[in-house]
Design a protein around this ligand. Structure first.
Ligand SMILES: Cc1cc2nc3c(=O)[nH]c(=O)nc-3n(C[C@H](O)[C@H](O)[C@H](O)COP(=O)(O)OP(=O)(O)OC[C@H]3O[C@@H](n4cnc5c(N)ncnc54)[C@H](O)[C@@H]3O)c2cc1C
Length: 287
């Protein structure tokens, strides 16, 4: 790694001022950034370490809105009572990331700004229709998560902006959620395909109301499977529907072949992951 200027702000105000003046590369947990710097893929002239900004390390719920500070780590998310009750699939996704050592330092903000279509917190956040708060010295803006990403590793964040928080309306009523992921190995594996599912359902859990499905690593950005959502919405859930939904889901995925997997395999697995999640739900209803 070549030499670079290093900044360590103690307050958000100071951090935004450094970003304006230096256009420094932001370092949160460093689990993506430092790998890229080591591999020579990134050679920033200055780096701003935001890991000391205590004001961005929180998870709270106020008036039906859940807000997560950008520096909340995956460990914080997997253990949070708020996330485990209001968005259990986001807790599951965080739990699936890397190893305990990685999860203790890696942040949700870094997972988002890294903008990999295989980033595991992204599909659950799509189903929650989360909003991102981007702040700079000039002001702030709120962006819907679906508007944030423009391609693999690409987003609309400007060099002078910091992602400071992620927020979503806490889903109300009976919830059915799951996060299913297929990686190369059981642990420490980046997703080949992932599926996040969020539905509100009738009290007997047999009839789905609002359905939200997001697919990871099957397109240049995470995508919503809107045809499958409409198909399942307002229907009662049974094995025949699950099979049809899985078929539809495979058709909706638009994957590429790369070093981790082939197009054909990814398409098939996308449907299978949806089926696996929904089948567990049916079994739960029957038992
Ligand atoms: C061994 C290993 C296993 C992994 N396994 C997984 C996995 O299973 N699933 C998965 O999704 N990921 C995985 N990752 C990737 C990584 O851990 C996650 O993407 C993590 O959430 C990144 O967070 P970070 O805080 O370390 O980000 P950093 O590396 O600090 O930053 C990542 C990018 O985001 C920018 N950035 C960070 N925070 C902000 C902010 N608040 N505002 C503006 N820009 C910001 C940085 O400039 C950089 O471009 C793995 C990584 C390793 C090394």
């Amino acid at each position: 790694m070549r030499d670079f200027k290093y900044f360590r702000p103690r307050t958000l105000k100071e951090a935004l001022s450094i970003l304006t003046q230096e256009r420094a590369k932001v370092l949160a947990g460093g689990t993506d950034l430092l790998v890229k710097m080591k591999d020579g893929l990134l050679r920033p002239e200055s780096v701003m370490d935001i890991s000391f900004l205590e004001e961005l390390k929180f998870i709270r719920e106020e008036e039906g809105m859940v807000t997560i500070g950008a520096l909340a780590t995956h460990s914080m998310l997997e253990r949070s009572p708020i996330i485990n009750t209001k968005a259990p699939h986001l807790a599951e996704a965080s739990r699936s990331i890397g190893s305990p050592q990685i999860r203790n330092v890696a942040t949700i903000g870094g997972n988002i700004v890294n903008a990999s279509p295989a980033g595991d917190s992204l599909p659950p956040l799509y189903t929650l229709e989360a909003e991102l708060l981007l702040e700079s010295e000039k002001g702030s803006r709120i962006v819907a998560i679906e508007e944030f990403f423009t391609g693999p590793g690409q987003s609309i964040i400007e060099p002078h902006e910091l992602l400071t928080a992620i927020r979503f309306k806490a889903p109300r009523g009976e919830l059915l959620t799951f996060f299913q992921k297929l990686g190369q190995r059981k642990a420490l594996a980046i997703s080949k395909v992932s599926v996040a599912f969020l539905a509100t359902c009738a009290a007997d859990k047999k009839f789905l109301r609002k359905v939200r499905i997001a697919l990871g690593a099957v397109a240049p950005t995470v995508i919503r499977a809107r045809e499958v959502e409409s198909f399942l919405e307002n229907g009662s859930i049974n094995e025949e529907m699950v099979d049809l939904a899985a078929k539809l889901c495979s058709e909706e995925a638009r994957p590429i072949s790369d070093i981790r997997s082939t197009l054909v395999y990814r398409k098939k697995v996308t449907g299978e992951l949806l089926k696996r999640g929904l089948s567990q739900f049916i079994e739960g209803v029957i038992s």
